[in-house]
Design a protein around this ligand. Structure first.
Ligand code: NAD
Length: 465
């Protein structure tokens, strides 16, 4: 790594930068600036931000659908956390949320449901510290920006933003307001992902050179949701954008393995999409002629494949596919000079350690040995807390609870969060930049340095205990 000097970096970035500056076009939503342009900082860096300790974290949840409902349930169960307000203009969702608070025997939060802008009234309250935003993608940045401007910490569902300009808006607002702005990338708190993070930190794989990440999840049945529910807003995104629509679940963990924004950074991306056949095929089989899902013009390729190059020269293969019949996968692969880990299914190969040369260790027994040696202390600790909460803490195999537990712990102890606004921006911007590259026939798009140079000296995320 040390052999890659800053001069080399500037040389490679400026060569590719010249090409992509000339090509930088507009993203799907409004004109984007040349993607590598770094606007001058107007606020103060929030790298390692410590906010004043909070005895009790007073929260609100905006958006009470599939994800917001689970968020609310876990926040209600966490020690040192109170839910003071909830918001959703969809009356049945709001009612269900209030019923669930009553079932949990907690004080009724203030309810806001008077149209799509009622969240602004919620943000005017003076008894809130943190706001969890679990709404459709297009609302994330406007709501997070308004949250920070109202003096609250913003926690945004994935992806945090869908254009380059929105990513900068998040960074600039966090720096201007000195509020936390964290994207809720729960997969970074998965048991395997935390274990692999520890193995990376302990040098088990040697020097990291390559990662693979994906979101491969058959979500075609969401086409059935027209008026309300995830499919009502998510399926129409396939009519508007062609690229990687949902970048962060696979990419977030690989980014933390590689110390992205803390010693390395995403430098550029190339991306290609396959034909878009999955949703029309599904619609033809499931809906009558004239149904809106049959007349829709889907433009998003079923399989989008991108390659990201980092400033230190590493590569990441990134894929997205939510419109084909297939088992679920996030890839979760990290290759170093001494070996690799690969998820879905989980397997490890470490040269000199794995018993048989060039052969995966993938038995339950072998994997249990790795877990015994490298289980992340955070997982070990929170698993104990979660056990007592039963079903409440089982979302996505427990990773959701570990994430929310950790957020509340950091806010109470005044600690920096594990993911900051620079991570939210870097992991999300890959979406619109994949669109740009696809639209340019696969030409590279420069990925902005949202840290404005701080990545070179920022310390890697530690293994917290
Ligand atoms: N991290 C994860 O594992 C995970 C899993 C699922 C969804 N998500 C993310 O969570 C978000 C929500 O997804 P979902 O599946 O819950 O969708 P959903 O459609 O079930 O829920 C969204 C809710 O937001 C409400 N809403 C819409 N506009 C609003 C407004 N202006 N003010 C307040 N509420 C508003 C809707 O009425 C709905 O109840 C998305 O960003 C999605 O990507 C993340």
């Amino acid at each position: 790594m040390a052999r890659f000097s800053r001069r080399d970096f500037l040389k490679t970035v400026s060569t590719a930068g010249a090409a992509s500056l000339a090509l930088a076009g507009s993203s799907a939503r409004g004109a984007a600036p040349a993607t590598s342009a770094v606007p001058p900082r107007t606020g103060r860096s929030v790298l390692g931000l410590r906010a004043p300790k909070l005895d009790v974290v007073r929260c609100a949840v905006i958006g009470l659908g599939a994800r917001g409902g689970g968020t609310l349930r876990e926040l209600l169960a966490l020690e040192g956390c109170e839910v003071r307000a909830v918001c959703d203009p969809h009356a049945p969702s709001l009612k269900r949320a209030l019923d669930n608070v009553a079932k949990a025997k907690k004080s009724a939060p203030a309810a806001y449901g008077d149209g799509p802008d009622d969240y602004k009234r919620l943000l005017g309250r003076d008894d809130l510290d943190a706001v969890f935003i679990c709404t459709p993608w297009r609302d994330h940045t406007p709501m997070a920006v308004a949250t920070m401007r109202a003096g609250k910490h913003a926690f945004i569902e994935v992806p945090a933003a869908i254009t380059v300009a929105e990513c900068w808006e998040l960074v600039d607002t966090a720096e201007a307001t000195q509020r936390h702005c964290m994207m809720l990338e729960n997969v970074n708190y998965g048991r395997e992902e935390l274990m692999v993070l520890r193995m990376c930190r302990e040098g088990v794989f040697g020097e990291l050179i390559h990662g693979e990440a994906s979101y491969l999840h058959d979500l075609r049945s969401q086409s059935k949701q027209l008026a309300h529910g995830t499919g009502s807003w998510r399926i129409p995104e396939h009519e508007k954008r062609d690229g990687n629509l949902y970048t962060t679940h696979g990419l977030g963990p690989v980014a933390q393995y590689m110390n992205i924004n803390r010693g390395d950074r995403f430098a550029r991306i190339v991306s290609f999409s396959s034909p878009s056949l999955g949703l029309p095929d599904y619609a033809a089989k499931n809906f009558p002629a004239g149904h809106p899902r049959r007349t829709a013009n889907y433009v998003c390729g079923d399989i989008n494949t991108s390659i990201i190059k980092t400033a230190r020269g590493r590569t990441i293969l990134l894929q997205h596919n939510t419109t084909s019949p297939r088992p679920y996968s996030r890839h979760n692969l990290i290759q170093g000079t001494r070996g690799l880990y690969s998820g879905f299914p989980d397997r490890v190969y470490i040269e000199g350690r794995s018993p048989k040369e060039h052969t995966w260790e993938d038995s339950a027994e072998a994997l249990a040995k790795y877990a015994a040696e490298f289980e992340h202390p955070l997982w070990r600790k929170v698993a104990e807390v979660a056990k007592n909460l039963g079903d409440t803490a089982r979302g996505h195999g427990g990773m959701d609870f570990v994430m929310r537990y950790r957020i509340i712990q950091c806010l109470r102890e005044g600690l920096p969060l594990d993911q900051d606004v620079y991570d939210a921006a870097a992991w999300s911007v890959v979406g619109p930049l994949s669109e740009q590259s696809v639209a340019q026939g696969g030409m590279p798009a420069e990925i902005p340095d949202f840290t404005r140079g701080a990545w070179e000296t920022a310390k890697p995320l530690g293994i917290v205990s």
